[in-house]
Design a protein around this ligand. Sequence first.
Ligand code: ABF
Length: 228
Amino acid sequence: MTPSPTPTQDELKTQVAQAALAYLVPGDIIGVGTGSTVNKFIEALAGIKQNVRAAVSSSEASTERLRALGITVLDANDVERLSVYVDGADEIDGSGCMVKGGGAALTREKIVAALADRFICIADESKLVARLGAFPLPVEVVPMATAHVVRRFRAMGGTASLRMRGSAPLVTDNGQHILDVRGLTIEDPLAMESAINQWPGVVTVGIFAHQRAQVCLLGTPSGVRTIQ
Ligand code: ABF
């Protein structure tokens, strides 16, 4: 018998995107995140869009894709709660705590996650880690506070660099900048998220422990692994 070929990372993303459809409540407004795995989820929504009342999205990019499918996208201020929010992650640990923000949409992602009863994280298995911190931690900052925040990270052993797009600092959907911090040890994600969030000029830190995932769907060569 010929062994079945190992699925590509792209196929693993498609797998988990399809699996996430089972968590949607027909007729509800859904929260939709950002990134290449979520793009697969948006493609999967095409087949069931009659069951989706509307969506709240975490980025201009996802909003555009949803609207192209004919799905109504609402402002987060017009929605009181969402049954589910489906989004990817840069890292996730066994308890559902995540590092997010590689796509620069972390602030809106945290806001939409806060509206949702359940965060469904979709990712390929390379995102599962025993401890968060290998992926550089994204932090959205008010530009005026950048140098101060860089110094505070240095004092705790981290090296923060300003994310660039070409020769200029990247500007987020909210008009702010992103620092990527390497070398941190994230032993207590809840405590570290709370602490960094207090620093003047920090808009959002990319640790999602207060808004952790309740369900994680991981794409593996042997199928979708569910952690909840
Ligand atoms: C968003 O997309 C982010 O928080 C995270 O940075 C990223 C994951 O992207 P991908 O699915 O492309 O790996 O959810």
